[in-house]
Structure formats: structure tokens, C-alpha cells
Design a protein around this ligand. Structure first.
Ligand code: ZN
Length: 351
């Protein structure tokens, strides 16, 4: 491993684990290493360090383009930005922005990424930064690109925190998500198991945890992106981690309630954040102006869907008409937009 410090951010190359060489023997060695590391995950941080060094026969490489990178967005706040590409055996589901906050006593991790290997890469990158134990893992919501890496982060026996509705959603969707992961990743999905929260936060409530001279607010929201979104806020640096309450570049995704999402965004604007971390994508825009594009997107859908319902346009036609002015503004529009319109239509037709 190497670890280079740049003026504004670190780039951590988890170089000894993730190389997707085409050579079968290397792949076999990697799988052996993953299995070994998964087994060692119950042995504590020291053995994980040793284990990753023992995989030195695997050449330097990455989940995607050569490195599993971390950036420091504020002191103690380390972010790994995921890709906008579809999930594949190359990117291993490394799609969501995930990361951690380091306190004097211990570390809080926010989301684990889309597979056990992504969670492993995050853990290895974290261990390049600090030896402090992980005392909290916050799961932002049920979507697979956020949850499956959590299985790699449990060795320190952290409190696993989620919204009060998260256990129900994990129970309802977990098996389906897991089967889809196996379809996409094959044997590389091994060990990507669902981890249930050990502590939940009621909708509309905020709890505060202290990780040592650093207090983190964990806020559970009413229905928006999903019916169980959680954000975190590092008080000492005023850094707001929004997960999928904020999409940048990537088409926003609606899996619950469009009017709720707009209301939650309005509340979010009142947060005095100096730094922010979206769930997908990145931006140099100021807070809260960075919310504007997503707000415009949902307002267009809201307005045009209400009109379609008023004019008795059927859903199957509406999905091909509504919101097309937004098509050039977002990545992955074809994949997500019609589903968003369907969700909005289903909600709004009962207004
Ligand atoms: Zn999501």
C-alpha cells in the first residue's frame, strides 16, 4: 500500500487487494484473499492489517480505475465517491458515495457500499488513516449500493444505526437485492450479507452520538427518497452527509414520495452546512444552492404529472411524456426517470 498526502486530499490506494486482472490465477488468488479476509474480519483490526499485507502477491490495482480513493471534505471527514456506471464485476457495486468520520475515541462509518469487497476496500482505506475502532455504522437506507459492504465493517462490534423503518425494508427487500447482486457479480458477491441495525431512530427524530470530542447528529426523515432516509451531520465541521437525499449529476431517484422529498429538501435548506456529501455525484456548488437542480427536477415531474392526471393521460403514456426537458441534465436518465414518474403518478393520482 502507499499513502500520499496532497494539499487538499488524500488518495488512498488499496493497492494490494483489488486488481481485476484477466488472468485466472490472479482472480483465484484474489478470491482466496477475500475469503481469508472475511474470515479474519472477526479477529480484530490487527489481523486485518496483517491479512491485507499477506495478499501482496496480488498486484496493485483497484475497484475501477486504479485506486480506491478517499478525499477529505472537512477535517476528519473522509469520503469515497462511487461511480455512475451500472453495477458490474469490474466496479463491484462501488456506486454510492460512502465514508467515515474520525473522532478522538473512535470512528463512525456512513454506509458500506455495494458489496463486501467495497466494504473491505473502505475498511482498508480507513485503516490507513486510523487504528481507532469503528464504534458506529450508520446505514442511510435500504438500497443495495449502500448496504452490502456493511458486512465488512462489523469486526469492532459497532452499533449499527438506521431509521426505524429500515429493518422492515431490509427484511422485505434483502433477499431480492441479494439475488440480483449474485446475478451481477457471481461468486464475487460472496459474503455480501445483510446486516440488520442494532439501534433505530424514529422518523422525524435526531439522535446525537459522541465519537470523542466530536458530536454527530443522526437524523431520521419522513418519507422522501425512501420511507427511511437517514442523514448525518458532523457538528464540529458543519459537514452534512445526505446520502440519497441529494443526487448530483446522477438522475435523482424517487422510491417513496415526491411531495415528501420536496418538503424534506426545504427543511434541509435550513441546515447551516459548510460542507456536504451527496449520495451520488459531486459538485463544487455552494450549500444549499447545490439542491437547486434536484429541486427543479422534482418540481417539473410534480407539475407535469399533476397535469397528466388532470387530463386523464394514462400512466403508460405519461411516462413517455413527463419531464423530458430534464433528459440532458442528468446521467442515467433512461435508467431511472420513467420509474420516478411512475412513483410520482401513483402517489399523485390519489390527491
Ligand atoms: Zn438510494
Amino acid at each position: 500500500m502507499h499513502f500520499a498526502q496532497h494539499s487538499e486530499h488524500y488518495r488512498t490506494c488499496v493497492s494490494d487487494i483489488f486488481r481485476w486482472a484477466k488472468v485466472r490465477s490472479v482472480l483465484t488468488a484474489l478470491l482466496g484473499a477475500l475469503i481469508w479476509v472475511a474470515g479474519a474480519a472477526h479477529g480484530g483490526a490487527d489481523s486485518i492489517e496483517t491479512g491485507s499485507l499477506e495478499t501482496g502477491s496480488i498486484e496493485a490495482g483497484s475497484i475501477q480505475n486504479g485506486a480506491f480513493e478517499l478525499e477529505i471534505v472537512a477535517p476528519g471527514n473522509y469520503v469515497h465517491y462511487g461511480t455512475h456506471d451500472d453495477r458490474s464485476r469490474q466496479n463491484l457495486g462501488d456506486q454510492a458515495n460512502i465514508g467515515f468520520i474520525v473522532g478522538e475515541r473512535c470512528v463512525l462509518v456512513f454506509d458500506g457500499g455495494g458489496s463486501l469487497p467495497v466494504g473491505r476496500a473502505l475498511l482498508n482505506a480507513l485503516r490507513e488513516v486510523t487504528d481507532k475502532p469503528i464504534c458506529y455504522v450508520v446505514i442511510s437506507h435500504v438500497h443495495p449500493d449502500h448496504i452490502f459492504g456493511v458486512a465488512a465493517l462489523t469486526a469492532d462490534d459497532p452499533v449499527i444505526i438506521g431509521h426505524e423503518n429500515l429493518p422492515r425494508q431490509l427484511a422485505a427487500r434483502g433477499k431480492f437485492y441479494r439475488e440480483a447482486l449474485e446475478r451481477d457479480l457471481g461468486e464475487l458477491a460472496a459474503g455480501s450479507d445483510i446486516v440488520m441495525p442494532t439501534k433505530t431512530v424514529a422518523a422525524g427524530e435526531t439522535i446525537t452520538v459522541d465519537i470523542g470530542d466530536r458530536e454527530i447528529d443522526i437524523r431520521a426523515w419522513p418519507p422522501a427518497h425512501t420511507d427511511h432516509d437517514v442523514s448525518i451531520f458532523d457538528r464540529s465541521t458543519s459537514t452534512l452527509w445526505l446520502a440519497d437525499l441529494l443526487f448530483v449529476e446522477h438522475t435523482p431517484v424517487l422510491d417513496s414520495n415526491i411531495t415528501g422529498f420536496l418538503a424534506v429538501m426545504q427543511t434541509l435548506r435550513g441546515t447551516e452546512a459548510r460542507h456536504y456529501v451527496p449520495g451520488h455525484g459531486r459538485s463544487s456548488a455552494a450549500w444549499p444552492a447545490v439542491l437547486d437542480a434536484q429541486q427543479r427536477y422534482f418540481e417539473v415531474i410534480l407539475k407535469e404529472t399533476r397535469r397528466a392526471i388532470r387530463e386523464n393521460v394514462r400512466l403508460m403514456d405519461a411516462v413517455n411524456q413527463i419531464g423530458l426537458s430534464e433528459a440532458d441534465q442528468w446521467v442515467n436518465f433512461e435508467t431511472y426517470h420513467r420509474r420516478n414518474v411512475t412513483t410520482a403518478y401513483t402517489e399523485l393520482e390519489w390527491e
